[in-house]
Structures are given as structure tokens and as C-alpha cells.
Design a binder for this molecule. Structure first.
Ligand SMILES: Nc1ncnc2c1ncn2[C@@H]1O[C@H](COP(=O)(O)OP(=O)(O)OP(=O)(O)O)[C@@H](O)[C@H]1O
Ligand SMILES: [Mg+2]
Length: 265
């Protein structure tokens, strides 16, 4: 498959547990199955994206080494040297560190501090070696997530179909407006509804509420609650790799097609 111009997509929502890491890992892997070359960046101290591709011991070893995102950002290094191969063809990953909990402090004294990640990613992005770079953000809205969004072409907001899941969205939109003052080209690609339990009426309400948003796309494919997701995580794999026949794997594959149809335009 012919390489496209690299598209960087952030997965962010300050609401914790909304499905960011699960969605980022599965869309990334599903895009690779479609022939796309994908680089995943774990931007969270919880290391959940790294744990979706590597065994716990390996993740801890990478976190304790100096070859992870925390040191790259702190020392403003080219991220090319921090890329790890996963067991899957076409999926590479830059691991995180628990030290990322102190990244706000690290950024604070730096010149042009919103653009450090953009600078560290520049060579990789300009080389067009990857079709997609997907970044998993932590559940915060501060200087580091600002960095992630400023380095991205698109933002995908995973939203849990729950009242509090919707409540936090207003903060996200406000934050995106601030991001757009310094990175005017960063666009919301869409809202991905996750952890849907169709037995609950609240899902319908979530869809209706989101449908009223002006100028914000809501992906047609949503992801239902599925215990395979947790079994996959227990086995250090995205569910699409662990059990391709599962309901959530099929849903993530369809969602990835939607993402690619927008991302490759
Ligand atoms: N479709 C699903 N079915 C069942 N469980 C799910 C599903 N999607 C996510 N989960 C579970 O919900 C929890 C939160 O998911 P995830 O870690 O992806 O969210 P997150 O937004 O990245 O969280 P955080 O804000 O802590 O980074 C995890 O325990 C995950 O296993
Ligand atoms: Mg997460």
C-alpha cells in the first residue's frame, strides 16, 4: 500500500476511564491490518497503551530505562531514537514512564513549552515513514495534553455512554478552543462512543444529546461493553489481535475504517 502523508491523531478526554487507551490501541492495530503503518505514542504515566502491546515486565523495564517519552521530552530529543518494534508488523510504539506524572513541572520552564512534542516529533512526521501516529493522552487538561494536541492534526474524543461521561465534554470543547489559538489547524475528527450497554436507555439519550452538537462529528460505529476487552488487556494485546471474532474487535475494525476514511482524505 502506498504511504500517505503522516496524520497525527490524539486520543484525549479529561474524564478518566472513557476508553482512550483501549480505543487508541485497537484503532492503531486495526489500521495496521488495513495495511497502514502506525506509530503509537504512550503519553500517560499509567502505561496502559504500552501494556496493550508488551508484557508487564517489558513495560516496567522500558519505563525504568532512559529510552522513553519522559526523557525524550525532558531533553528535547528526536523521538526517532525512542521507537520500539512491537510483535506486529506495521505497529511501532514509543513507551512511557511513571515519571510522566512530573511532566508538567518539566515543561514549565521551557521556551515555547506547548510545542516541545511537536519539535521532538518533527523528523518522524516529516519523513512520512508512518501513515498514522496515534497518541494516547492522560485524563488531564494541562500543558502536557496541550503539547499532545498541538502536535496533532486530529483529536478523537472517546466518550463513555454515561451522564458524567457527557458532563465532562464541555471542558474538552473549551480546551480545544484554547489549543486552536496556538494550533489553529488541529481539528476534532470525532467523538467515539465507548462502553455502550444497549440494555440501558441511557445509551439512546447519549446518542441524542451528542447528535445535537453542532460541527462535531459522532462516529457511526460505537463500541459496546465486551468482556473480551478485559481478557485481551490481561494478555497484553489489543482485543482486535486477541480475539478478532469478538464483538468489540469487529466494532473497532469498523471504527478504524471510518477513521481511515477521514484521516486519508
Ligand atoms: N468495550 C469495553 N468493554 C468492556 N470494558 C471496557 C471496554 N472499553 C474499555 N473497557 C475497560 O474500561 C476501563 C477504562 O478503559 P481505558 O483504560 O481504555 O480508558 P481511559 O480513558 O484510557 O482511562 P484513563 O483515563 O485512566 O487513561 C478499562 O478497565 C478497560 O478494560
Ligand atoms: Mg488511558
Amino acid at each position: 500500500m502506498q504511504r500517505m502523508k503522516t496524520r497525527v491523531i490524539a486520543f484525549a478526554n479529561n474524564k478518566g476511564g472513557s476508553g482512550k487507551s483501549t480505543t487508541c490501541s485497537n484503532i492503531g492495530y486495526a489500521l495496521s491490518l488495513m495495511g497502514r503503518k502506525v506509530l503509537l505514542i504512550d503519553g500517560d504515566m499509567q502505561l496502559n497503551l504500552s501494556l496493550s502491546f508488551f508484557a508487564e515486565d517489558d513495560v516496567l523495564e522500558m519505563a525504568q530505562s532512559k529510552k522513553n517519552l519522559y526523557y525524550a521530552i525532558g531533553e528535547q530529543k528526536d523521538l526517532t531514537d525512542y521507537i520500539r518494534k512491537t510483535e506486529y508488523e506495521n505497529v511501532d510504539l514509543i513507551p512511557s514512564s511513571t515519571l510522566m506524572s512530573g511532566i508538567e513541572y518539566e515543561l514549565f520552564t521551557k521556551w515555547q513549552r506547548e510545542h516541545i512534542l511537536t519539535k521532538c516529533l518533527k523528523n518522524i512526521k516529516d519523513s512520512d515513514a508512518y501513515d498514522y501516529i496515534l497518541i494516547d493522552a492522560p485524563p488531564t487538561l494541562g500543558g502536557w495534553v496541550m503539547n499532545i494536541m498541538c502536535a496533532s492534526d486530529y483529536l478523537i474524543i472517546p466518550v463513555e455512554a454515561s451522564p458524567w461521561g457527557l458532563f465532562g465534554l464541555a471542558n474538552m470543547f473549551e480546551f480545544v478552543q484554547t489549543v486552536n489559538q496556538i494550533a489553529p489547524d488541529m481539528k476534532i475528527m470525532g467523538i467515539a462512543i465507548t462502553k455502550v450497554d444497549e440494555r440501558k436507555n441511557y445509551f439512546k439519550q447519549t446518542k441524542d444529546t451528542l447528535a445535537q452538537l453542532e460541527d462535531t462529528y459522532v462516529f457511526e460505529n460505537y463500541i459496546r461493553v465486551d468482556s473480551s476487552v478485559e481478557w485481551a488487556q490481561d494478555n497484553s494485546k489489543p482485543v482486535v489481535a486477541f480475539k478478532k471474532s469478538s464483538r468489540s474487535a469487529k466494532e473497532y475494525i469498523e471504527l478504524a475504517k471510518e477513521v481511515d476514511s477521514i484521516g486519508s482524505r
